[in-house]
Design a protein around this ligand. Sequence first.
Ligand code: FE2
Length: 278
Amino acid sequence: MSDVDETGPGEGLTDLHSHLVPGVDDGAPTLVDAMEGLDRMVGRGVTSVATTPHLDASLTRDPVRLRDTLDRMDEAFAELLHAASDRYPGIRLVRAHEVKLDVPDPDLSEPRLRFPGTSVVLVEWPGLQVPPGTVQVLEELRRAGLRPLIAHPERYRLLDAYPGLPAAWREAGAWLQVNHGSVIGRYGQLAERNAARLLAHGWVDVMATDFHGRPGLGLYIQRARGWFDLREAADAWRLLSVVNPARILAGESPFPVPLVRRPETLMGRLRSAFGGPA
Ligand SMILES: [Fe+2]
């Protein structure tokens, strides 16, 4: 059964984190690769895509370079949008950025850094390390009228050494995005454990692919859906992959997500331990 059937008519997935703009970051190198990636997303039931090239927050300190970079992004994205609208007239494709917080006091007021028409900005910290002062940075962004959406917090090294940190981030007004691939071990055991813990606490607002648009890389949507099925968590799956990301793109707050617990049955635990359904 495809993900389209699983989510029901008119309920396609919305993916808020991917790297499909051709030739601008470590994502899709060419338009052909980007379109091949989009084909695969559509095949997995994705109907709405916000693609999010990497951008360093420190660039905002040099307004001329920032403008030139964003202009170049606009051009490359227009090329993708044109090709995508031709092949998939019904798809919604927009651009934001994955902003690397490489300076402690970034000015993220440039609207092209956010999901269009919203105050939401996808952020990450450099090197998958949690630097000191993350809560203060998030509070500053909130004071500036922005809503930080933290990309793949489960991938941070030592996240488990600060068990209360994700709650503090949420308390500061941030939302959390976990990668589909993390729950099925694509980024290693630590990210897998962290993702399960975040979901068990109801701290995750959206799931996304973080797909880098290259041959050989997976989307992991279907396998992540299987992971939720083993935990009888179809409601959480629908909120995380369908409802909440669409709400965020519409400028609305995500709904609370039910806690996702480990499988209840012995068979479910065994299937989970050995990788779950393919
Ligand atoms: Fe990313």
